[in-house]
Ligand binder design. Sequence first.
Ligand SMILES: [Zn+2]
Length: 226
Amino acid sequence: MSFINDFLSLIFPRNCEACLDVLYKHEQFMCNKCLINLPNSVNQHKSKINLIFAGRIPVKNTFCLYVFLKDGKVQKLLHSIKYQEQNELAEFIGNQFALKFKNDLNDLDCIIPIPLHAKKLKQRGFNQSEIFAKGISKQSNLPIISNNLIRETNTRTQTKKRKYERWQNVEGVFSLTNPNELINKHVLLVDDVITTGATIEAAWQHLKAVEGIKITIGSIAYAAKT
Ligand SMILES: [Zn+2]
C-alpha cells in the first residue's frame, strides 16, 4: 500500500494549504514547518487579542490559533475553508486548536459556534465555524450546542430603527431558543475570524441574560490591523 501511496503522491502531489509546498506523505493538510511556525505569531499579538473585548464583554479568555495578515498563509487557509469547502481542513484546524489550548479547555462545559444567517447557510451549504467546532469537540470531548443560539436575517427597514438596533442589524439579530440549557455553563463561543469582535458582541447581547453564564472566545484567527 505504501508503494501505491508513493506512486499516487508522485502523480497527484498534495500541497500544504498554507504555503503550497508539496507535502510529504505523512503530512496532512499542512506541512510540519507551517504547523510549528504559524501559531508562533499569535504570541506577538497576545496583548492585543486580550484587549479586543475589554470593557465590552466579560470574557474569561480569548484564544486565537493564528494571526491573519493580508495575503499571508493564514489568509490562504481561511480562503480554502470558506470558499473551497475544505471541511476536513477546518476540522483538522479545530483539532490543532484543541491540542494547543488543551489545558485551558478543562474548565469549559460546551462549544457554541457562531451561526450563519439562514440565507448564507443555504448559499454556502455549511457553516465553517461549526466544522471548526467539530474538530475542537472531537479532540476535547466538549459537546457542541448548535441549535440554541440562532441568527436571523432582519428584513425590516433600517430607518425605522433606533441607533442600537441599527448597529445590531449590521451583524444580524441573534436569539436563544433555550436559554435554560445554558444556565451556569462556561461556553466556548467560536468564530472563524475575529476582527472587531462586533459579531460576538451582538451574540453576547442575548447570552448575557442567561444566569451564571461564562464566556471564553475561540477562533481560527485574529485579523491583525496592518
Ligand atoms: Zn506549509
